[in-house]
Design a protein around this ligand. Structure first.
Ligand SMILES: *[C@@H]1O[C@H](CO)[C@@H](O)[C@H](O)[C@H]1NC(C)=O
Ligand SMILES: *[C@@H]1O[C@H](CO)[C@@H](O)[C@H](O)[C@H]1NC(C)=O
Ligand SMILES: *[C@@H]1O[C@H](CO)[C@@H](O)[C@H](O)[C@H]1NC(C)=O
Ligand SMILES: [Zn+2]
Length: 490
């Protein structure tokens, strides 16, 4: 248990993980109707901003034509340079208010470069928790260790790490209780297909998605104020729902067509968010392996096509939830504080994930390289004095406090884009950039959970329930495994 993930065993685990992920994320059962649901919610008592019933209609009584069509592009697993470049290409469009498109990255720890975690966040994107060692049905420690590392080495304020996605989308009611206890705002592991393509909702009245697993049965989940942001499937030309990595399911031109159809159905319907859920390894070119560029080009042209339509916004899941809590018309969306994109103006280059001195280099010569033999990561903060492990994700700093080069951790009253970890100073001097970490204590419904062993609602069943025709070929699986290996060797 003390074994570090930064080891060769870890590399093998990653190969296996990629193998399973490739199968598991590919599709969801066609039978995810609300039939097995006992979900009920009274909108007269469950009211925004703290409570929201699952519904296919837009919140706030808005007419669909006034609703911004939100698109969430999410990325899963480690952040590494080549993957980061792929993700940035996918977010190279602009929102109607002139701000860059933003997305959410669900980060697992192995192979993650923490300087890129910080840069992703500093440029306005969202960082979220995807566990320490990428395991299904994760323990509370798997979830909290990931959060600690994102905070310590990526500098993400704890209060800004609000989202969680279960590896392999394999969650149980205990997973959801754990994230509630650890003050996460939302989970995004459940799938929404057709009848259950709900807008995000709070779990005050339980789950309304993945009901075929039994998770919606009364008494299973009741977590006031915790949101579920369903992942929305695209139906392929055989009406099989494709969830993650839809581009693996067919030829680029076919995938583009299915995706456009699915998008238009929402855009011309109730305008629920549209999602593109990516493992960036699949879309990244590695030397000596088949080039996924045609797939990537297909995705990019699809993104550009929908970005060109009126009222289409590329948002993080946090931005989506800000809107859910206080829905405004599309015409007012761009003026909301959380949709603006001012960046800190700081006179010198500090280690804040930004190119403060505008020389096209981020944090020039300020990054630390933490090297543990089998793997290493960069960070603007201190290297630990030993390899992180699940039990001890943030060992003591290698540098002594006060010594030359020591990095001061982000305090709870400064956002990391304004924090100079070397100068030990918050450079924000005006009210608009002030930040104060708020410790939210959520009511824990988990105490009342009866018979934890009775919960058999695992997404593992997804594999066997999935139609064989929706599983990707074994060739692609090998390709994925090789890709992971080459990343390791690099
Ligand atoms: C999913 O969770 C179940 C039970 O919690 C576990 O037995 C199974 O191995 C998990 N599957 C994966 C792929 O993690
Ligand atoms: C459906 O898509 C698959 C995968 O791209 C393709 O091979 C097949 O020809 C398509 N079928 C029809 C009827 O369009
Ligand atoms: C629920 O459990 C937590 C931790 O085990 C405990 O601190 C809290 O008092 C319990 N709440 C109730 C209402 O029993
Ligand atoms: Zn994953």
């Amino acid at each position: 248990m003390k074994a570090s993930v930064f080891s060769l065993a870890g590399a093998v685990a990653t190969l296996l993980a990629s193998f399973v992920a490739a199968q598991e994320g590919a599709s969801v059962p066609t039978t995810s109707t609300a039939a097995t649901s006992s979900y009920s919610c009274d909108p007269n008592t469950c009211k925004a901003p703290t409570c929201m019933c699952a519904s296919q209609s837009p919140p706030g009584g808005l007419s669909p034509k006034d609703v911004p069509q939100m698109v969430v592009v999410t990325f899963d697993d480690s952040i590494q340079d080549s993957l980061y470049q792929t993700a940035k290409k996918m977010l190279s469009t602009t929102n109607p208010n002139g701000c860059p498109a933003h997305g959410t990255w669900y980060v697992s720890m192995e192979y993650t470069d923490f300087s890129l975690v910080q840069q992703w966040y500093a440029s306005g994107n969202e960082i979220a928790d995807h566990t320490y060692s990428h395991v299904g049905s994760p323990s509370a420690k798997e979830i909290s260790s990931c959060k600690s590392m994102l905070n310590t080495y990526g500098g993400i304020p704890k209060g800004k790490i609000q989202g969680f996605r279960a590896p392999f989308l394999n969650y149980t009611k205990e997973t959801l209780s754990n994230i509630a206890e650890q003050s996460f705002l939302y989970d995004s592991s459940a799938s929404g297909v057709t009848d259950d393509a709900y807008w995000p909702y709070t779990l005050d009245n339980g789950m309304a998605n993945d009901c075929w697993t039994g998770i919606c049965a009364s008494g299973q989940v009741k977590l006031p104020g915790v949101w579920e942001v369903p992942m929305y499937a695209v139906l392929d030309n055989k009406s099989i729902p494709q969830l993650m990595d839809v581009y693996l399911a067919g030829e680029p031109q076919d995938v583009t067509q299915w995706s456009l159809d699915a998008f238009n159905k929402k855009y011309e319907g109730n305008r629920q968010p549209f999602g593109i859920y990516v493992h960036p390894t699949h879309l990244t070119t590695y030397p000596g392996l088949p080039d996924p560029k045609p797939m990537l080009d297909g995705v990019l042209s699809f993104l550009q096509t929908i970005a060109a339509k009126p009222d289409v916004w590329f948002v993080t899941n946090q931005q989506l939830l800000q809107w859910m809590k206080n829905p405004v018309k599309a015409s007012e969306f761009g003026q909301q504080d959380y949709m603006k994109c001012q960046q800190p103006v700081i006179a010198k280059e500090i280690c804040n994930g930004l190119d403060d001195d505008h020389n096209n280099q981020i944090d020039d010569n300020l990054l630390n390289n933490c090297n543990f033999g089998t793997s290493n990561f960069k960070t603007c903060f201190n290297c630990p004095n030993g390899a992180p492990s699940l039990a001890d994700p943030t060992p003591a700093s290698a540098a002594q406090s006060g010594s030359a080069g020591y990095r001061y951790p982000v305090p709870d009253n400064c956002d990391s884009t304004w924090w100079d970890p070397i100068g030990n100073a918050c450079l924000c001097t005006t009210t608009d950039c002030q930040y104060k970490e708020v410790v939210v204590t959520k009511p824990t419904a988990s105490n009342s959970s009866v018979n934890p062993l009775g919960a058999k609602e695992t997404s593992t069943q997804t594999i066997s329930a999935a139609s064989p025709s929706s599983l990707i070929s074994s060739n692609s699986i090998i390709l994925v495994a090789l890709a992971a290996l080459s990343v390791y060797l690099l």
